[in-house]
Design a protein around this ligand. Structure first.
Ligand SMILES: Cc1ncc(COP(=O)(O)O)c(C=O)c1O
Length: 427
């Protein structure tokens, strides 16, 4: 077969883009060469519907070992008692859980999308808001913080079937314990979606959701630095006091319901090449080196937060406990959309983001979200964060001056050249 030069040229172009700019999208990271190697391997050819040892296809001896390693490693990493590593993405993991534990029309309570929540936590444009009855909690206008007493009161008054902890753009920690107490009072299930801070949680830098939540979901490609994908875990709540049933009407333990929520509920064959990448990434996360990495991610986020505040930027809640922060640009008279479009001209990648109580549409937004997971992988430390913020500020303050932005871009490209990515990887 003729080599598809067109696509490989585009891959090279994307590699150069990643290498030459400053990557601040909070949900992105640079996975290791060995993870990418596994994802480009022959494992992509294998069908393996079912679970290790219980497949609907022959020839699964090797992928069974791969998937079992991924399961064992992620359990060790988070101290979980059970895991399913097959969800193709974070959204798929959440869909599988909801299919397993809810009936259409059941009430769910999630963190408001416009305050930093995720689409799959009940947004009306997503399956979670179309199939179930969504209600939301949010942050306080004055502080930008979640008031846990109010969340507890809301759980008591709404009496949802499922409560969802977790966010895409909340820079503070979660009070899973308070949420669980209220859930137990009203017989609700508690799920934490830790997609963003999962790496920091794995290394004990943030509260442990597995101690308090019935179910925990995560992506594997953000702070965990693995391949794009999802995972579902459980701590200790295997009982099924709700009498939840499989589609065939059988009452099962929670773990078994969740397995069937993934397959056959919402997915077909698992992506074993990606699961191999997950196994490698979980193995990497078990090392002390990764522990030092997530410490640095947080230290960098705190240094970046200070640098933004020093330059007069309005950081929601005034600080960060994790790897990200949300910045309200209204005081600078710049929309999130303008900021995103201007910064990309300087090879700085961020995303526009709604801020709590935003008066602009999701396509325009009043804010931006930034995170330090990717630049930390690249080798940047606290002392580099003011320089990044200086570049951002110079670019935004000169958003009508393309010459100045071009100068900033050249400086950034030269700086990033000193931090090579993907050493030894030619893919
Ligand atoms: C909290 C949260 N959950 C789920 C997802 C969805 O993950 P994916 O894009 O892999 O479907 C995201 C993605 O950003 C997220 O932030």
């Amino acid at each position: 077969m003729k080599r598809d030069e067109k696509i490989f040229e585009l891959i090279q172009k994307e590699r150069v883009r990643q290498e030459s700019g400053i990557e601040l999208i909070a949900s992105e990271n640079f996975t290791s060469p060995q993870v990418m190697e596994a994802m480009g391997s022959v494992l992509t050819n294998k069908y393996a519907e079912g679970l290790p040892g219980k497949r609907y296809y022959g020839g699964c001896e090797v992928v069974d070992v791969v998937e079992t390693l991924a399961i064992e490693r992620v359990k060790e990493l988070f101290g979980a008692s059970w895991a399913n590593v097959q969800p193709h993405s974070g959204a798929q993991a959440n869909a599988a859980v909801m299919l397993a534990v809810l009936k259409p029309g059941d009430k769910i309570l999630g963190f408001d999308l416009s305050h930093g929540g995720h689409l799959t936590h009940g947004s009306t444009v997503n399956f979670s808001g179309k199939l179930y009855e969504p209600t939301f909690y949010g942050v306080e206008k004055e502080t930008g913080l979640i008031d846990w007493n109010k969340v507890v009161d809301q759980i008591r008054s709404e009496k949802p079937k499922l409560v969802i902890a977790g966010a895409s753009a909340y820079s503070r920690d979660w009070n899973y314990e308070a949420m669980r107490g209220a859930c137990d009072e009203v017989g609700a299930l508690l799920m934490a979606d830790i997609s963003h801070p999962s790496g920091l949680i794995a290394k004990g830098l943030l509260n442990d959701p597995l101690k308090h939540c019935h179910i925990v979901t995560s992506t594997t490609h953000k702070t965990l630095r693995g391949p794009r994908g999802g995972v579902i875990m459980m701590g200790e709540d295997f009982e099924n006091p709700w009498g939840l049933k499989t589609p065939k009407g059988k009452t099962r333990m929670m773990s078994s319901l969740l397995d069937s929520g993934v397959f056959p509920g919402t997915q077909g064959g698992p992506l074993e090449h990606v699961i191999a990448g997950k196994a490698i990434a979980f193995g990497e996360c078990l090392t002390d080196e990764y522990g030092a990495y997530v410490q640095q991610v947080r230290a960098n986020a705190q240094a970046m937060n200070k640098a933004f505040i020093d330059k007069g930027y309005d950081v929601i809640s005034g600080g960060t406990d994790n790897h990200l922060m949300l910045i309200d640009l209204r005081s600078k008279n710049i929309s999130g959309k303008l900021a995103e479009n201007t910064l990309i001209k300087a090879d700085i990648t961020i995303n526009k983001n709604m801020v709590p109580f935003d008066d602009k549409s999701p396509f325009v937004t009043s804010g931006i979200r930034v995170g330090t997971a990717a630049v930390t992988t690249r080798g940047l430390v606290e002392a580099d964060m003011p320089r990044i913020v200086e570049f951002i500020d110079r670019t935004l303050m000169n958003h009508e001056n393309d010459n100045e932005i071009a100068v900033v871009r050249e400086e950034i490209n030269a700086w990033m050249n000193q931090f090579p990515l993907f050493k030894g990887y030619e893919g």
